[in-house]
Design a protein around this ligand. Structure first.
Ligand code: ADP
Ligand code: MG
Length: 710
């Protein structure tokens, strides 16, 4: 047996358990060992029986004097009763409906019992306590008389079961697994060596040691992220890119042609990008700017500069709707500059190409691909369909990825390979409205240069955000009607597309949790027929055909639709400046990042805008998030809040790194981040290719697999 031995070969893990473990992503021994507990319970203090009080959690150790199972007359419940004694006294323990217990536990056995105490006529007793028989052969108890691990569980896989499986494996393996971290790093940073750490993280001798173990694994995890990031950066700096000279004249012409003045932050970012493009080293820049801060026009400037220098640019958006929107906006911005812009998405077969005459023509995909290969299609806008291998660019010099947190690292990497026939790597500009707190930017995106648009265009008003209880629903509808009367438009967002009926028929996996959710279709019916029969209401969801989606968005933009009922497909990027109300049903079901994105769909012009967060439990605990949203308008503040509430999660796109939950929190530890970064730098300085570190190389390749599986 070794680390890669499949779990099926471990005694006690049959097919049923294998399947359950798979659900947790556990396939081999290594996975099991790295299935870390997410918390601990402290059963280390054994209470003398004479000191036990009512309604307390306690752990006792003693001998079973007697044990017996009987059945109640009326309710036919099995009751197992035992009397346990230590040298200070005796106590009763009762278990319900576990008749097999009297086969496992016998009079005379030494046991640990842990649980809550109850009271009956005869006094204090232990109710349904957890138990562990002390077997002489085993030196330490697994479940009691110690701090015990509590694992992230799945149905039918208890922590108790996991402990029983993991402990013997640990005992067998912990000394034979090589320590990934070199001795020097361990010493310099006062870390626990692996063999100790892996034991202490599962079965800590003290809370302090549990923390030390956690620190060691956090260090390790961050260290490899840093190593990866720094190595990628080094690799990239060896690559060549096309140098694109800044064409100031054209840039000024474009800026002048805009219907607005660029903000200083936009100018600064654009300048940094244009300067990067002049270098022969590929740009790798992240443009961060709050929703509505005007990133698109900055990207358009960069694209035009590249095109006018004789190269091509690709612009990738996360959804079809967004790709369509960008196609139109960017065409509008660039139409007087005599260029070809193509649109390529996944589903529809028609492709548009716009020629100079300020009009578009449809071309077949084949034609579009041909023109792209020849370099005649100056700018190609699309979804992830853009990075299929079939699509080859003749003279690609710039790739723009919008809302980059929606893309995996893998896609970024693949996009870099869509170049041909030159061997140069395109410059890469990623854009996101997802604010990344400084520490995380440093950690996870250390290979990117960062530009911030930390300023909104002039005249934008603060969006008024309100948590709305069910009683205030009517009032909210009246308010929306009023806004529409004044010429505005509204979004209504619903959490899921499954209808209640489907849920009730049991066709959804967890019917109960969705039973109350407003399905888009139902909401649409309700709003269009009952609430706003006199207004134009339309719906939009991901399962509609591409063309229909596009038509609906277009009609909304052209004000033919007053209220758009939608799923989260409008989450990112959609730009309808005339909309002033964002109403979010079941708001507590969305993450903070998503809610902030939704809110960013309004307040995109001079009109006062509103965001209504509907929830059935306005004072519920989950609503910390909603309150954070009410109180913060700035997304950087929000990101920090989110980090506080939940640890780094989908706000920051950290999920894709496959970081264990236990360690997520350490990403906030600037000190640790810097320590690991320095350690990684030092190693790479001596040995850039990691020739002397086969374990590192192996680890990084596993890491890469993990990322790429997302
Ligand atoms: P995001 O950064 O969220 O992608 P967009 O690029 O979609 O934002 O821009 C949001 C809206 O603001 C668009 O309607 C755009 O035309 C407008 N806009 C961009 N820059 C400015 C500016 N400097 N002044 C006024 N409006 C602007
Ligand atoms: Mg955008």
């Amino acid at each position: 047996m070794n680390l890669t031995t499949p779990i099926g070969q471990i005694a006690g893990i049959g097919p049923v358990f294998q399947k359950k473990l798979k659900k947790l992503g556990i396939k081999n021994i290594q996975d099991l060992l790295f299935h870390f507990p997410h918390r601990y319970e402290d059963f280390s203090n054994v209470t003398p029986i004479s000191k036990i009080k009512f309604s307390e959690n306690c752990c006792v150790q003693g001998k079973i004097l007697e044990i017996e199972t009987s059945r109640t007359w009326k309710k036919k419940i099995f009751i197992t009763q035992a009397i346990v004694q230590d040298n200070t006294g005796a106590i009763k323990a009762l278990w319900f409906n576990q008749p097999y217990l009297s086969k496992i536990l016998k009079a005379g056995d030494s046991v640990y019992l842990a649980g809550k105490t109850s009271l009956d006529k005869q006094g204090v007793y232990l109710s349904n306590p957890a138990y562990e028989k002390l077997v002489e052969a085993r030196l330490q108890p697994t479940h009691m008389g110690r701090i015990v691990p509590v694992y992230p569980e799945t149905e039918g896989l208890s922590s108790r079961w996991l402990r029983n499986i993991i402990q013997p494996i640990l005992i067998n393996f912990r000394n034979s697994i090589p320590d990934l971290l070199p001795q020097k790093i361990i010493q310099e940073n006062q870390l626990l060596p692996f063999s100790q750490a892996i034991w202490q993280i599962h079965f800590p001798d003290s809370p302090e040691l549990a923390n030390k173990a956690k620190e060691r694994f956090s260090f390790e995890e961050l260290f490899f992220i840093e190593l990866w990031v720094l190595r990628e950066r080094a690799k990239l700096s060896q690559e060549k890119a096309n140098q694109v000279t800044l064409n100031l004249e054209i840039m000024q012409k474009l800026v002048k042609s805009l219907p607005f003045k660029l903000t200083d932050a936009q100018k600064k970012s654009a300048w940094a990008i244009l300067k990067d493009l002049e270098k022969s080293r590929p740009m790798n820049r992240l443009l961060e700017g709050d929703v509505g801060s005007g990133k698109t026009v900055v990207a358009a400037l960069a694209a035009l500069n590249v095109i006018k220098a004789g190269y091509q640019a690709a612009f990738m958006a996360p959804t079809e709707i967004l790709a369509n929107q960008h196609f139109k906006t960017i065409w509008d911005i660039l139409k007087n500059f005599n260029i070809n812009v193509g649109l390529l998405t996944g589903k529809t077969d028609k492709f548009f190409s716009r020629k100079l005459k300020n009009d578009w023509i449809e071309v077949s995909r084949k034609k579009l691909l041909e023109k792209t290969l020849k370099g005649e299609m100056n700018l190609v806008i699309g979804t992830h369909a853009l990075i299929q291998d079939k699509i080859k660019f003749g003279k690609l010099a710039l790739v723009i990825v919008d809302e980059q947190h929606r893309f995996g690292v893998e896609q970024r990497a693949r996009l870099l390979n869509v170049r041909r026939p030159t061997s140069n790597i395109p410059h890469l500009l990623s854009m996101t409205a997802t604010p990344i707190p400084r520490t995380l930017a440093l950690t996870l995106y250390g290979d990117l240069d960062l530009s911030l648009i930390d300023q909104l265009p002039k005249g934008r008003k603060k969006i008024i955000t309100k948590i709305v209880s069910p009683e205030e629903r009517r009032k909210t509808y009246d308010f929306i009607r009023e806004e529409i009367k004044n010429g505005r438009q509204a979004f209504v967002i619903c959490p899921r597309i499954e209808s209640k009926a489907l849920c009730e028929a049991g066709l959804h996996t967890t019917p109960s949790s969705w039973a109350g959710v407003k399905a888009v279709e139902e909401e649409y019916e309700k709003l269009s027929k009952e609430i706003f029969p006199d207004l134009s209401v339309a719906m939009l969801h991901g399962k509609m055909p591409g063309l229909e989606k596009e038509r609906t968005m277009q009609n909304f933009k052209n004000k033919k639709i007053d209220i758009l009922v939608s799923t989260s497909v409008v989450e990112v990027g959609v730009d309808v400046p005339n909309a002033s109300v964002m109403m979010i049903e079941g708001a507590d079901r969305f993450g903070l990042a998503q809610l902030h994105q939704f809110r960013g769909r309004v307040g995109r012009s001079i009109y006062q805008s509103y965001c209504f967060l509907l929830t059935d439990s306005p004072s519920g605990k989950t609503n910390l998030r909603l309150k954070a949203l009410v109180n913060c308008e700035n997304s950087f503040e929000l990101a920090e809040k989110d980090l506080e509430i939940r640890g780094p999660g989908d706000f920051t796109g950290t999920r894709q790194w496959g970081i264990p939950d236990l360690i997520m929190g350490s990403l906030r530890n600037v000190f640790l981040v810097e320590k690991t970064r320095n350690a990684a730098k030092e190693i790479l300085m001596q040995d850039p290719l990691l020739k002397n570190y086969p374990l590192f190389r192996e680890r990084l390749s596993r890491f890469r697999e993990k990322i790429h599986l997302e």
